[in-house]
Design a protein around this ligand. Structure first.
Ligand SMILES: [Cu+2]
Length: 139
C-alpha cells in the first residue's frame, strides 16, 4: 500500500510538471508602456483561448491604467504594486482593468475567449481624451 502511494505521488508529480511546462509555453506575454498620454504599442495582438500575461509599465509621471470596458475573458487575475486604486465609484466596471503608479508596473492575466477588436483606454480623468487609447486585437 505504501509503494502504491509513492507510485501515485510520482505519477502526479510528473503530471503536474508536464502541465506546468505546457502552460508556460502557451502563455502570451506582452508588455505595454503607458506615458503621458499614450500606450506603446497602440495595437496589441493576442490569440483567443490562450492565457495572456500583460505587464503595464508606467513610464510616465502620473498614475495610468489599462482598461477594456467590454470583452469576453476568463481567469482574470491582477497583480499590482502596492497601492489602492479606487474603482468602486465608477459607473461602469471594466472587464479588464490594471493600474500602475508612476515608474511602476502591474500585471494582469486573462484568457480572451472571443476574437474581435477591443478598445483599450486609460480611465484616469482626461487621459482618454488626451490620447490614451489603444486596440486589443484577439485573433
Ligand atoms: Cu493615463
Amino acid at each position: 500500500m505504501k509503494q502504491f502511494g509513492f507510485g501515485l505521488f510520482v505519477a502526479l508529480a510528473l503530471g503536474l510538471t508536464a502541465c506546468g511546462a505546457t502552460d508556460t509555453r502557451a502563455v502570451q506575454a506582452i508588455q505595454v508602456e503607458a506615458n503621458e498620454f499614450n500606450f506603446l504599442p497602440a495595437t496589441l495582438e493576442v490569440e483567443a483561448g490562450k492565457p495572456v500575461k500583460l505587464t503595464l509599465l508606467n513610464k510616465g509621471t502620473v498614475e495610468h491604467d489599462f482598461s477594456v470596458i467590454e470583452i469576453l475573458v476568463s481567469d482574470v487575475k491582477t497583480t499590482t504594486d502596492a497601492h489602492g486604486h479606487e474603482m468602486s465609484n465608477m459607473a461602469i466596471q471594466p472587464k479588464l482593468h490594471v493600474a500602475a503608479v508612476a515608474k511602476k508596473s502591474s500585471v494582469i492575466e486573462f484568457t480572451p475567449t472571443r476574437p474581435g477588436t477591443y478598445d483599450v483606454l486609460c480611465t484616469v480623468v482626461g487621459h482618454k481624451e488626451a490620447g490614451m487609447i489603444a486596440q486589443l486585437i484577439v485573433k
